[in-house]
Design a protein around this ligand. Structure first.
Ligand code: PA5
Length: 445
């Protein structure tokens, strides 16, 4: 079992009886999901994806990744939200946030189209100077402004550098299988395309071509990633809270939320967990934050943030709970050096593995935060392999669906994302938005 939920630090906040009492509600959520009768049931492709995926496309992803590795120094993944976060989370978790400094046999990977920043585009264009480049534009709708603008910029760069024919060999597109501007344009231009399945929403799409192509380019074992998710899928079939850590996590979140714990902080102790937390925040925030409900997902990396947000967590408003992801095995050990002069007085640590110091910091913090009134859940992950991460990804996706149904929302839509877009299009003068433009400009004064 790659993922274990440790509830030892929770007993003063959630009783065994409360868990027993919430079981019927878990069963209802489970039935809605497994019978595919709940809200958003046309977006449940991710539930069986770890075993039921397009094997021919999976093989094509590996071939494309090899081609990309051979033909470029820089690979740019262009996408935003669910079309970007999963790939980056896996690459940084399984490799490193410093991947580009350390990669030898694989291209450097950069991300574009996830912001509206002239500075960021300009910076990346400078980095690309004199380098061989491939790009993968990823957009389910094919119409999202941020990636569409970045695609314009980098397609033009490639066509200028390699000609239209040469650029065609370096542009890879992941989008809807039949619909949308990007699909039609790609077919006309002759780009190799990969599919975002109709029934998989952006934030649940990391195990489709959306995540898998960039992840494979980074040299990560995508078979292992899928196998981990497939084993998790098998492990979490029984809704009984005594047998299902994934459902237990969903149930505990709901119990805590009803007690006023409206912010969940995902805690990591390794810098390589930072982007995983960003992926998790999108998954939970976009799935549950609707109808004026939902836990606000936040994140910290300790011990870094113990010297920053740690004060608030220990002593601030008591509406928080923490979910700590502890990666049990480290691929490296680092013994603390001995200093004969003992200038810093730290010789009591000489020779101790830094992993042990980190574990002790985690134990100390768990106890302190529990004493401060912050419920703590501990998710123990065996290691940082692709297999274990695939397992954890499925754990979080499934828990999110169950948790969302328990909360009474549709976990698979994101109506709130449209509000800013409409305003932005109107203010930028998009045809068809003329009335709205005048009204918004009047409000802006
Ligand atoms: O999870 C989601 O659905 C969103 O975050 C989308 O992934 C994001 O808005 C990007 O959309 P698209 O892939 O259509 O460009």
């Amino acid at each position: 079992m790659s993922v274990r939920l440790n509830t030892n630090y929770l007993s003063s906040f959630v009783s065994a009886e409360e868990l027993t009492n919430i079981q019927p509600q878990v069963n209802v959520a489970h039935d809605l999901l497994s019978s595919r009768t709940g809200a958003g049931n046309d977006f449940l492709g991710w539930t069986t994806l770890p075993v039921d995926y397009d094997k021919e496309e999976f093989a094509r992803i590996k071939i494309a990744a090899e081609k990309i590795k051979k033909s470029c120094d820089i690979f740019i993944a262009i996408g935003i939200g669910g079309s970007y976060l999963g790939a980056r989370a896996v690459i940084e978790f399984c490799k490193s946030p410093l991947y580009n400094n350390l990669s030898k046999d694989t291209p450097d990977i950069y991300y574009a189209g996830n912001n509206i920043s002239a500075f960021a585009i300009d910076e990346l264009l400078k980095i690309c100077e004199g380098k061989d480049i491939c790009i993968n534009v990823i957009s389910k709708s094919g119409t999202t402004t941020e990636p569409a603008v970045a695609f314009r910029v980098f397609r033009a760069l490639l066509e200028q550098k390699y000609g239209v024919e040469g650029a065609r060999e370096r542009i890879f597109v992941t989008t809807d299988k039949a619909r949308g501007t990007l699909k039609h344009f790609s077919d006309e231009a002759g780009y190799e395309t990969f599919v975002v399945p109709d029934d998989v929403g952006g934030r649940f799409s990391v195990l489709t071509a959306v995540g898998l192509l960039p992840i494979a380019v980074a040299g990560i074992d995508i078979d292992g990633l899928m196998k981990g998710a497939a084993d998790a899928m098998e492990a979490y079939k029984n809704p009984d809270l005594n047998a299902n850590d994934c459902y237990k996590y969903a149930a505990i979140r709901n119990i805590l939320y009803r007690k006023g714990k409206s912010t969940e902080i995902l805690v990591g102790y390794e810098p390589y967990q930072t982007m995983l937390s960003e992926w998790w925040k999108q998954l939970y925030g976009e799935s549950e934050g609707k109808d004026q409900r939902g836990i606000f997902p936040a994140s910290v990396i300790f011990s870094t943030d113990l010297h920053s947000l740690g004060q608030y967590i220990q002593d601030g408003m008591r509406n928080l709970f923490e979910t700590v992801i502890s990666v049990e095995e480290s691929p490296v050990a680092y013994p603390i050096p001995h200093d004969p002069a003992n200038i810093d007085g730290l010789n009591f640590l000489s020779g101790m593995d830094l992993n042990q110091v980190k574990r002790t910091a985690m134990q100390a913090t768990l106890l302190a935060h529990v004493d401060g009134g912050v419920p703590n859940l501990l998710i123990e992950l065996h290691d940082k392999s692709a297999y274990s991460l695939g397992y954890l990804i499925y754990f979080f996706e499934l828990a999110c669906a169950i948790s969302g149904y328990m909360l009474g929302v549709n976990p698979f839509n994101q109506p709130g994302v449209e509000a800013y877009k409409k305003n932005m299009f109107a203010l930028l003068g998009k045809p068809g938005y003329e009335d709205m433009k005048a009204e918004l400009e009047a409000r802006l004064g």
